[in-house]
Design a protein around this ligand. Structure first.
Ligand SMILES: [Zn+2]
Length: 277
């Protein structure tokens, strides 16, 4: 059995929005037409996902059309996967910059908001590529290296998911939902894949069963990749007085904390007194 995460390295106990201790996020790559069926299932159960698209493939056979993506992915997140889905490990810096920055610019225009997330084509990543992404202002980048655990990411630019949906998803989901999350820990289930795999293997029932199992669970925060990233960044930026008795949220989104053992939402600009640790 995997260990649940020890929580963030933070003197305070952080909670997810709504005072929750579990979060689910999904990440699906390539933007084929099968995303339509996936979104239909997710929307029925109130589950959010991130869709990593190649702007250079939109409109070609089997892929979504550029003009359709804003409405289709409404309520979810559109993120980058490069323009042409190359092997980035074979590229020098200018080519990486071109593949990523042009994709983000095109997708941002189509989405109507700044696209800030990324997933590595073929899952190929390196510290060099991650450094180029950081310099471009990319907020996070997902790999395909399954952790089979529920910990929060240590490095958002090499964000390893829990599992591909083909790796015992229903068992992992039950483990995720059934275990007690100790105070001070936050648990994340992060699933990735391609929607065409459900089509090719004729197992859309897997996603439907998964969505039914977890979709109604009120202990779970359903979020996109960037929502989770922004939230944890905001939580990490809470500021403490020197004696640790006062904490202030100087960011621009609300953050939930445990104060005197009670969940408490700290609004932007708000400060509160807490017992010293
Ligand atoms: Zn891909």
């Amino acid at each position: 059995m995997e260990q649940l995460p020890a929580g963030m390295n933070h003197p305070l106990d952080i909670l997810f929005p709504g005072g929750k201790t579990r979060a689910l996020t999904l990440s699906y790559d390539d933007g084929t037409v099968h995303d339509r069926e996936l979104i239909r299932i997710l929307n029925r159960f109130g589950i959010k996902a991130t869709f990593h698209l190649n702007s250079g493939r939109l409109g070609s056979e089997g892929y979504l059309r550029a003009g359709d993506i804003r409405s289709l992915y409404d309520g979810h997140e559109i993120a980058s996967h490069t323009v042409t889905h190359p092997h980035l490990c074979e590229f020098d810096e200018p080519l990486i910059v071109s593949e990523v920055s042009r994709d983000m610019a095109s997708l941002s225009e189509l989405a109507g908001y700044p696209v800030r997330g990324f997933s590595y084509p073929y899952g190929e990543y390196s510290d060099f590529i991650s450094g180029v992404l950081r310099a471009l202002g990319v907020a996070y980048a997902r790999t395909v290296r399954s952790t089979h655990g529920y910990a929060l990411p240590e490095n958002f630019l090499q964000w390893h998911p829990t599992c591909h949906h083909g790796e015992d998803l229903l068992d992992r989901t039950r483990t995720f939902l059934d275990r007690d999350v100790p105070q001070g820990a936050l648990a994340l289930l992060y699933v990735w894949g391609h929607s065409y795999e459900f089509h090719d293997r004729n197992d859309w029932n897997l996603m439907a069963d998964f969505a039914r199992e977890i979709g109604g669970d009120r202990s779970v925060w359903f979020c996109t990749n960037i929502e989770l990233c922004d939230y944890l960044m905001a939580a990490g930026r809470l500021e403490h007085s020197a004696d640790k008795t006062t904490i202030v949220n100087s960011g621009d989104i609300p953050v939930w904390i445990v104060r005197d053992r009670i969940p408490c939402e700290l609004m932007p600009g708000q400060s509160t007194r807490v017992r010293p640790a």
